[in-house]
Each structure stands twice: as structure tokens, then as C-alpha cells.
Design a protein around this ligand. Structure first.
Ligand SMILES: Cc1cc2nc3c(=O)[nH]c(=O)nc-3n(C[C@H](O)[C@H](O)[C@H](O)COP(=O)(O)O)c2cc1C
Ligand code: SF4
Length: 417
């Protein structure tokens, strides 16, 4: 069952004519304009769609939280996608930009928004070109601009390129960056739906989330809710990377066993090796050991197994992996990307990186694993934004499940090997 990636490899799909012909493109607008905006919000609520940017918050509910009668309102599509291992949004935008534009128009109509932005990470200049061309085509066909298809609804759409910082994917930092300020997170509440861009109500949604909306409007909320599990509805686009034979993006119904994604879709572990560990939801969530690989890929089951679905990036490590070295690479990323606004994250990420480097390079001392664990405790839930907790995820879980990898390196160091 494919919703997001249906016909995605059709030649010329980035062009509006092919999109209209192949995927009945923009037909959902006619259906939507026959309904009141509130009815579309109710449809999205009934579909059970949850945000695909990381937190899994119910999309329709978010839309209904917009501050009442405050205008103008804005839509900011989150196309930052800077999390290691995650590359699903870029494929959707590169190959099928009109699907996102259609989803953004539907969201804007449902939420009575007349200005929509798409915030892309700095490195996505080539995708911005594809997206801007698609926006131009949509204006020319009357799907954007004034009085869209004679409905009386107006919408202007713009793309915006960030400067390439992971923190700019966090919704409040994204809005600061869009305003032209330094991309640092803001205190919440107020949440963006109440006070967002230019202090006005703003919806921030992920690319994949918005790309689902045309299906819901075309096929109905029940059709979407019929796919997946009881609480995790629909399909999920999963970026599989690491030690598999066929890394790539795979769309599967929620609840598909993780082992099926690795072994059937991604072609199994490379060189016939065995699985050692996997990170189910991008670099910001705890890793899990191989014996949990049958966990169904949905929000609840992965949480029960001790991790999170996050952005939906499955990072696979085979049994040749030195988990300490892998954790060090992730710790470097978080140290580099910490915005520096709060002390536990600014200092903690650097300290974690230094300890991990020492251990990995064979200069570790026996009490350093406890010290690392202690730093994790001192950072957890004590940072200003979730990036601090994200930095803890890989380190704390690597110690929990693979302490022997640390102990071996430290024992060798003591022995002078
Ligand atoms: C450090 C950090 C980075 C994030 N990066 C992204 C990102 O690249 N794309 C994204 O959609 N959400 C990202 N998020 C989540 C957003 O803050 C927000 O929850 C999301 O865009 C909401 O959209 P959704 O409801 O459609 O999931 C990030 C969050 C944090 C804390
Ligand atoms: S947790 Fe890290 S990224 Fe978030 S505000 Fe603090 S220093 Fe910045």
C-alpha cells in the first residue's frame, strides 16, 4: 500500500502536467472547496494522522489549536531534515514537489491561512530550485494566488533556505530563523499555534505529514484510518541506512515488523553478517539491541521496546560495529550542533564527546563509564529544548546495552594494548 511514494519514479513527475495526469494531481482542491475549512480539520482528526517530524503529535488536533479569530496566520512547512539518517522528505520534494504543494494548500485552506512558507535546510538549494519551479507552475494553473479555482480563497506560497543548522528543524528555532534572527529555540508555551511567526498563530508541519493530506481529502478519513495499527495510522516512509544491502526510503504500513523492513525491503545485513544493534527513529532516539528487531514499527510498540519512532530513520549496525565508535560519531554531531543557549547541553555534549574520544582511542579509565552515565542523568530533562535529550539518547542506550564494548576498550587501555 503506497500513498506517499505511489508512482514516485514516473519520469517528469516534477512537472505539473505529469503530476495531474499520473496522480490526479490537485483534484483534492475541488473536493476541499466544497467543504467548510472546519470540516477538513475534522477529516484530518478522524484520519488519525500524526505528525511525521518526530514527536508524532495528532495533526488535526494541532490545526484545531490555532488561536481563534487571530489573523494573519501562517503555515511553515518544516523541510529542514538535518537529522543523521533521515532523508525521506528530500526524496518527496525532489521527485514529487506538487504533492507537497497540494498538501500545503489543503492545510492552509483548512486553517484559514493566506501565506505559506516552506523552510528548507541550507544544503537543499537544488531542491529549492525544483520546488520553486513547481510553485510557479501551480500559480500559472490557478492553484495558488488570488481566488483559487474561483473559491474565494487566496494563498501566497514561498520557499526559504536556512543556513544549515540542525537546531533550525526545531519548530520555534525554525520560526526565529524564518524571521531572519539567529536560529535558537524559544520558550514554550506559547506554542506556535498560538504565537508563532511574527507572533501570529502558525502551523508548523513536517513535509511527509503535509504530503498525506491530499489522500485523506480524496479518499476519506476512514480509508486512511484503515491502514496501520489502532493508534498509529497510515503508512510511514522509513529511511533505512547503515549496514544493509539496499539502503533507501521504504514506505510501509505502520506496524510492519522492523525485521521485515531490514530483511525484506532493505535486502538484509551486508556481507551476510549478523545484526548487532539498530536505532529505530533517527540519531536522536535510543538504540536497541538485535533481540528487539521484531518490534512492530509503530509509535506505541517502539516506545514499549524502550525507544522512539522519531523521524522514522532506521540506522542498522552489524556485528562488526564497535558501538563506542558509533556513539562517538553521534556525540560529535550533537556537540557540533548544540546551539549553546543552555549550559547542560552546551557543556554536557562537549564533555560526553571528550570522554567518548578518550575511551575510543584507547586512553579510557574504569570510572569513565559511570561518569558518562552521570552526565546523561544530569542532562536528561534539564535542557532548554529537546536537542539536549536527543544527545543523551544514543550515549545512555549504548551504555545500557553494550557496556561490555566500553569495558573491553578500557581493559585494553589499562593493559597497554
Ligand atoms: C533538534 C530538533 C530538530 C528537529 N528537526 C526537524 C526536522 O528537520 N523536520 C521536522 O519536520 N521536524 C523536526 N523537528 C520537530 C519539530 O520541532 C516539529 O515537532 C515538527 O516539525 C512538527 O511537525 P509535525 O507535527 O508534522 O511532525 C525537530 C525537533 C528538534 C527538537
Ligand atoms: S538544549 Fe542545546 S540546542 Fe537546545 S537550547 Fe539548549 S544548548 Fe541550544
Amino acid at each position: 500500500m503506497k500513498i506517499l511514494t505511489k508512482e514516485i519514479d514516473t519520469p517528469g513527475l516534477t512537472g505539473i502536467e505529469v503530476y495531474e495526469k499520473t496522480l490526479d494531481g490537485y483534484q483534492s482542491l475541488k473536493k476541499a472547496f466544497e467543504k467548510k475549512p472546519e470540516e477538513i480539520v475534522e477529516m484530518v482528526k478522524a484520519s488519525g494522522l500524526r505528525g511525521r517530524g518526530g514527536a508524532g503529535f495528532p495533526t488535526g488536533l494541532k490545526w484545531s489549536f490555532l488561536a481563534k479569530d487571530v489573523f494573519p496566520r501562517y503555515l511553515a512547512c518544516n523541510a529542514d531534515e538535518s537529522e543523521p539518517g533521515t532523508c525521506k522528505d528530500r526524496e518527496l520534494m525532489e521527485k514529487n514537489p506538487h504533492l507537497l504543494i497540494e498538501g500545503m494548500i489543503l492545510c492552509s485552506y483548512a486553517c484559514r491561512i493566506n501565506t505559506a512558507y516552506c523552510y528548507l535546510r541550507g544544503e537543499f538549494r537544488h531542491i529549492q530550485r525544483v520546488f520553486d519551479k513547481a510553485i510557479e507552475e501551480a500559480y500559472a494553473k490557478g492553484y495558488l494566488g488570488k481566488n483559487i479555482l474561483g473559491s474565494g480563497f487566496d494563498l501566497e506560497m514561498y520557499s526559504h533556505l536556512g543556513a544549515g543548522a540542525y537546531i533550525c528543524g526545531e519548530e520555534s528555532a525554525l520560526l526565529s530563523s524564518l524571521e531572519g534572527c539567529r536560529g535558537e529555540p524559544r520558550l514554550k508555551p506559547p506554542f506556535p499555534a498560538v504565537e508563532g511567526l511574527y507572533s501570529k498563530p502558525t502551523i508548523v508541519n513536517n513535509v511527509e505529514t503535509l504530503c498525506v493530506v491530499p489522500f485523506i481529502v480524496n479518499e476519506g478519513a476512514e480509508a486512511y484510518a484503515a491502514i496501520g495499527t489502532e493508534k498509529s495510522k497510515g503508512t510511514k516512509l522509513i529511511s533505512v541506512s547503515g549496514h544493509v544491502n539496499k539502503p533507501g526510503n521504504y514506505e510501509v504500513p505502520m506496524g510492519t515488523p522492523t525485521s521485515v523492513i531490514i530483511n525484506e525491503h532493505a535486502g538484509g545485513i551486508r556481507n551476510g553478517n549478523k545484526l548487532k544493534a539498530f536505532i529505530p527513529g533517527g540519531s536522536s532516539v535510543p538504540m536497541l539491541p538485535a533481540d528487539k528487531v521484531d518490534v512492530p514499527y509503530d509509535y506505541e510498540s517502539i516506545a514499549e521496546a524502550g525507544s522512539m519512532l522519531g523521524s522514522g530513520a532506521l540506522i542498522v549496525m552489524d556485528d562488526t560495529t564497535n558501538v563506542v565508535a558509533e556513539t562517538l560519531r553521534l556525540a560529535y554531531f550533537y556537540m557540533h550542533e548544540s546551539c549553546g543557549k543552555c549550559t547542560p547541553c552546551r557543556e554536557g555534549t562537549r564533555w560526553m564527546y571528550q570522554l567518548l574520544s578518550q575511551i575510543e582511542q584507547g586512553n579510557g579509565k574504569p570510572d569513565q563509564v559511570e561518569l558518562l552515565d552521570d552526565i546523561c542523568d544530569n542532562m536528561s530533562f534539564k535542557c532548554f529544548c529537546p536537542l539536549g535529550d536527543a544527545a543523551v539518547g544514543p550515549v545512555a542506550s549504548s551504555i545500557k546495552y553494550f557496556r561490555e564494548d566500553y569495558e573491553e576498550l578500557i581493559a585494553d587501555a589499562k593493559a597497554g594494548v
